[in-house]
Design a protein around this ligand. Structure first.
Ligand code: ZN
Length: 149
């Protein structure tokens, strides 16, 4: 199976069964993200431990399959990370989908998220994929509203 086929399967699976698709209440921080180009709109919720470990990330909202799958995979990938590691993973994901990072050649912590590596070929889709990550960063930075535009 090549990466394109794997990508299709993963997007379909996470779109049908999004992980952590709920509100966390009360949460440590949250943000609302918009991608006006596509119409994606989601809320990201974060629960941190007293030691600053990401205990839980969840999301809710409406969006295309790519934004939803990206959000779903992000929530799973963030569990147990320190806030610093969470920020670093956001940066790595951004590098991956803008083709600055070659997952086959460079070390990274992206795991299954590398299925998004071919998305730079579709610039309008890059914004869909990055939206949940920008929104999570907004939550950690106490920026309540985030837009890709
Ligand atoms: Zn979208």
């Amino acid at each position: 199976m090549d990466n394109d086929e794997l990508y299709q399967q993963v997007i379909l699976d996470h779109n049908r069964h999004p992980r952590n698709f709920r509100e966390i209440s009360p949460c440590s921080c949250q943000a609302e993200g918009y991608n006006p180009l596509c119409g994606d709109h989601l809320n990201v919720y974060v629960r941190l431990s007293q030691e600053g470990i990401v205990e839980e990330v969840a999301f809710q909202g409406d969006g295309c399959a790519i934004s939803k799958a990206s959000a779903s995979m992000m929530t799973a990938a963030m569990q147990g990370k320190t806030v610093e590691e969470a920020r670093a993973l956001c940066a790595e994901f951004h590098s991956l989908i803008t083709k600055e990072l070659d997952p086959g050649k460079e070390t990274h912590h992206l795991g299954k998220l590398t299925v998004f590596s071919g998305i730079w070929k579709y610039p309008s889709r890059v914004k869909c994929a990055i939206l949940p990550w920008h929104t999570l960063k907004g939550a950690l930075d106490n920026k309540p509203t985030v837009s890709t535009e």
